[in-house]
Design a protein around this ligand. Structure first.
Ligand code: ASP
Length: 463
């Protein structure tokens, strides 16, 4: 690996990588050669047959280069870069592939380049140093969190992607069914119900690096797809879940070299947060904290369980499967004092973003039923929506609770990026078009027939 060459001075090596920068100086040619671990400067001189090949090389050519690792003279040493104390004296160049001139300069930070061009050529954009760093840092963050949870006896379990609509408060993406024409699966907005059923199944500690898919209006910190570090635990109270997350985050980010502003994370009630910041998420950093990349985590607790919809009906603020705080269970069961019922929901806030959220759940069917009654559902509607949960919960469901952390929002905070597209390998465009691939796009007529679908032309809507 290029990043390790400096400790092999005097040796001859073969390195594979890309030409990052090429400088032809007549009798000599200089290159920066790049692989996943960094750059090294190489030079060709005094070897006419190698120089001939060297002169054909352009940025992004793929090469296997043989060379001797020479120490640089004292006054030429660069201390601020990897391999700043060595230079590769190139003795052979094998061109593994040529490259056209890229649509933008890959040696520069691409953050101010045209985003459509970056997403169209995403694999090139991902070659840039900042994007490599962001994606690798994301991988490290997720790995450390997973490792932490594994040490705490969590079991990683996958839940279905083709499923039934889950009430997370967004619209569903739906998938038609060839075997059941006219019927649709929904892609999961979260594994919420499955993870609760896993508690019913006796796993006690579940985790998953889960994809959550929601048809939402796109924003800088919100896409159709995001990834969650999703977990659920049995026999816990609110503080137990918060503690495990606090320990996981603290160990993970501190080992990655970050500083946390306040430990234990401050706990702020929803009412205090609204009064102080006018919102349920906030940024506690000073200007100096911002410059130093400090992470200011806090918990927001004691949210109202219900809020009024535009149509004047009650709906849940966060999660219909949550347990109200103990002192409000009676009110909920009687359907009174609805506006004052508080839930066991806890949100993790960091640097102005909601970085995660979860709750202790209602593990008794009658409490779930009462929540759905408050929201105006008839008995039949309740059966239709959550009958499967009510049925499963008849058979000894343990008290349980959980949380999901948004990977992108957490990594945005670690990298200082302002958009989740900068920490996803293949994000959507602002208009909801996939990067590189052409989706969404129309289906072939044969596919529509097979699925029992017909598509109205846009002009039909105007009639
Ligand atoms: N399912 C919730 C969400 O996706 C998280 C949780 O309550 O565990 O936001």
């Amino acid at each position: 690996m290029i990043g390790e060459l400096s400790s092999h001075k005097g040796e001859e090596v073969v390195i594979n990588g890309w030409i990052h920068v090429a400088r032809d100086q007549g009798k000599m040619a200089f290159f920066d050669i790049r692989d996943r671990s960094g750059l090294v400067q190489g030079v060709v001189f005094g070897k006419p047959e190698v120089l001939e090949v060297a002169k054909t090389l352009k940025p992004e050519f793929v090469v296997a280069i043989t060379g001797a690792i020479n120490a640089r003279p004292e006054k030429m040493i660069k201390t601020d870069v990897v391999n700043g104390d060595i230079e590769l004296e190139i003795t052979n160049i094998e061109v593994l592939n040529s490259a056209e001139t890229p649509p933008f300069d890959l040696t520069e930070d691409s953050s101010d380049k045209d985003e459509e061009v970056r997403l169209k050529h995403r694999s090139l954009d991902l070659r840039t140093e900042r994007m490599q760093r962001n994606i690798r840092l994301r991988s490290e963050f997720v790995k450390r969190c997973r490792d932490f949870l594994m040490k705490q006896d969590f079991c990683e379990i996958e839940t279905p992607l083709l499923t039934e609509s889950t009430p997370e408060g967004s619209r569903d993406f739906v998938v038609p069914s060839r075997h059941h024409p006219g019927k649709f699966y929904a892609l999961p907005q979260s594994p919420q119900q499955y993870k609760q059923l896993l508690m019913n199944a006796g796993f006690e500690r579940y985790m998953q690096i889960a994809r959550a898919i929601r048809d939402e209006d796109l924003r800088a910190d919100r896409g159709y797809e995001h990834t969650q570090i999703d977990l659920e635990m049995s026999f816990v109270e609110r503080e137990d879940v918060m503690k495990i997350i606090e320990d996981m985050i603290t160990e993970t980010v501190e080992e990655m070299g970050y500083t946390i502003k306040q430990k234990p994370f401050p706990r702020v009630t929803y009412a205090e947060s609204m009064e102080k910041y006018g919102a349920d998420k906030f940024d506690m950093r000073t200007e100096e904290d911002k410059e130093n990349g400090v992470l200011a985590y806090a918990w927001v607790i004691d949210f109202p369980f219900f809020e009024k919809t535009d149509a004047g009906k009650w709906t849940f603020t966060h999660n219909p499967f949550s347990m109200p705080k103990a002192e409000f269970i009676e009110d909920l069961m009687k359907g009174k004092n609805i506006e004052n019922i508080l839930t066991t929901q806890y949100d993790l806030v960091c640097n102005g973003f909601e970085a995660g959220g979860g709750s202790i759940r209602a593990h008794k069917p009658e409490i779930i039923e009462a929540v759905y009654k408050v929201m105006g559902n008839t008995d039949e509607e309740i059966q239709d929506k959550v009958g499967h949960m009510l049925e499963a919960f008849k058979y000894g469901t343990p008290p349980h609770g959980g949380i999901a952390l948004g990977v992108e929002r957490n990594v945005m905070n670690l990298t200082g990026e302002a958009s989740l597209r900068e920490v996803q390998a293949f994000p959507m465009t602002r208009k909801g078009q996939t990067a590189v691939m052409n989706a969404p796009k129309p289906l072939e007529v044969e596919q529509l027939i097979e699925l029992g679908l017909s598509v109205r032309k846009a002009t039909d809507d105007k009639k």
